[in-house]
Ligand binder design. Structure first.
Ligand code: UD1
Length: 434
């Protein structure tokens, strides 16, 4: 095992400038699963070149999908997809592997998948996924090392007891190749659901109500491949704006996600941040950021996204005064608090709430990322801190950020990544077929 890379940051420099936002990880992954439903070559344009996408690509390759990249466009040739070998190995490296179960049932009438992995931020059970599959007449069995599905999806009525982004995607993917109608009640309303609906619609599925709490899906016996641009990543956008806030800089996002940032921008304004939309750009000015946030809670969309909770905490740690952040989605999402404390942050976690006594300035330190968004929070803290910060475990950051150091450098900050072992470096990038 080689040495894992480290990010080195020299803090205290306000970020100023323009940066483009990469394609959305959480939209690209279900789109990749959807490709399996079409008997043809689907194209994800502007697909982020990140470890989780490579991992999903590898799992699809195990199912006979031929894939290749042309710059940032990912081609998935699913004409010869077959049930293939068990995709247990890759599955454990990420969360989204589980949504392939519904797609496999639709395409092959059977399939199996190892238990999903992903960031350690809470329990992350899969009961709602299995419930959705079973509502559609699919037999889903949990074995010791894998989950097996059999039976082609029928239509059905799903009424989720709790909102789940992944389980809603699972249900949509399974329902897409059923000729009967499916109703999904209490479904997730995150933008990623809307984008998946757009993708499935391009493949020939009829969907009503995407983005609301209830969806009606009329699937088809066979679906076309799609060619679609992956929308910009709202969490990466939020991360870069928070990096601007932490350093009291002025960050402009090129091609930002539109209305998806509304709740975030409300909080940003409350901290003293100023923003304007101009010619498709989002221009922010954080020079007056100085107000703590007495109470913020994460929530399902349109609430404040849990994926930006740790990055926000890193900013609040550097705003003098008392802030409190309550996490309502993933109970163990405060792992990064201990690392931030090494940098001088004063944070007390009690139950589901983190109480933050903001300081004038954090201090650079050697810290360790334990998961993706916690890692991003450490980058933000490092940028605002006095002195040098070294962040180990940056393979987690690469799961979701394509070029975080290059982007920071483009904004005038000082961040470099020591070359290290890539988590999925053995990914085969196949050649385009004749
Ligand atoms: C997705 C996102 C993740 C984001 C999260 C919430 C992807 C790849 N990941 O994760 O970045 O933080 O949405 O916006 O899109 N739950 C159950 N049973 C289940 C499934 C989920 O109890 O079968 C619970 C979870 O433990 C959690 C809540 O439901 O408490 C929401 O999780 P969910 O929306 O499913 O998150 P993911 O789809 O895993």
């Amino acid at each position: 095992m080689g040495k894992l890379g480290e990010i080195r940051i020299t803090g205290g420099i306000p970020l100023n400038g323009q940066v483009a936002v990469q394609g959305s990880k959480n939209t690209a992954l279900p789109m990749m699963a959807a490709a399996l439903l079409g008997r043809g070559i689907s194209v994800l344009k502007k697909c982020p070149r990140i470890a989780d996408v490579f991992c999903m690509e590898e799992i699809l390759q195990g199912l006979g999908v031929h894939s290749w990249w042309e710059d940032h466009d990912l081609y998935l040739d699913c004409r010869k997809a077959e049930r293939g070998k068990n995709a247990a190995d890759g599955a454990g490296k990420m969360r989204s592997s589980v949504i392939l179960l519904g797609a496999m049932a639709g395409r092959f009438g059977e399939g199996s998948m190892g238990y999903p992995g992903g960031c350690i931020i809470g329990k992350r059970p899969i009961d709602l996924h299995l419930y959705a599959l079973r509502c559609l007449g699919i037999d889903a069995q949990e074995g010791e090392t894998e989950i097996r599905v059999s039976g082609h999806p029928l239509g059905g009525h799903i009424s989720f007891p709790k909102k789940s982004v992944g389980a809603t995607e699972q249900a949509m993917l399974a329902a897409a190749l059923s000729c009967e109608e499916t109703t999904i009640e209490n479904c997730a309303r995150e933008p990623e659901i809307w984008w998946l609906a757009k993708c499935l619609t391009a493949m020939g599925v009829r969907i009503q109500g995407a983005g609301t709490g209830c969806m009606h899906i009329q699937g088809r016996k066979s679906l076309k491949p799609y060619s679609m641009k992956v929308p910009p990543d709202r969490i990466v956008a939020g991360t870069y704006l928070l990096a601007g806030a932490a350093t009291r800089g002025r960050v402009t996002l090129l091609e930002p996600p539109g209305g998806e940032l509304n709740t975030f921008l409300e909080l940003y304004s409350k901290m003293g941040g100023q923003f304007q939309w101009n010619s498709g750009k989002l221009i922010t000015d954080s020079q007056k950021v100085c107000f703590p946030l007495p109470y913020v809670e994460t929530g399902c969309h349109p609430g404040f996204p849990t994926d930006l909770q740790s990055p926000l905490m890193a900013v609040l740690a550097g705003i003098p005064g008392e802030s409190a952040v309550r996490e309502t989605i993933f109970e163990e999402r405060y792992g990064v608090a201990e690392e931030l404390k090494r940098m001088g942050a004063e944070i007390t976690v009690r139950g589901d709430t983190a109480y933050i006594s903001g300081k004038e300035e954090l201090t650079g330190a050697s810290v360790k990322a334990g998961e993706l968004r916690g890692g991003a929070a450490l980058v933000i803290a490092g940028l605002s801190a006095h002195g040098e910060t070294r962040i180990a475990g940056c393979q987690y950051i690469r799961r979701g950020y394509e070029n975080i150091c290059e982007d920071i450098t483009r904004l005038g900050g000082k961040a470099e990544e020591e070359a290290g072992e890539y988590l999925y470096e053995n990914i085969r990038l196949l050649e385009k077929p004749e």
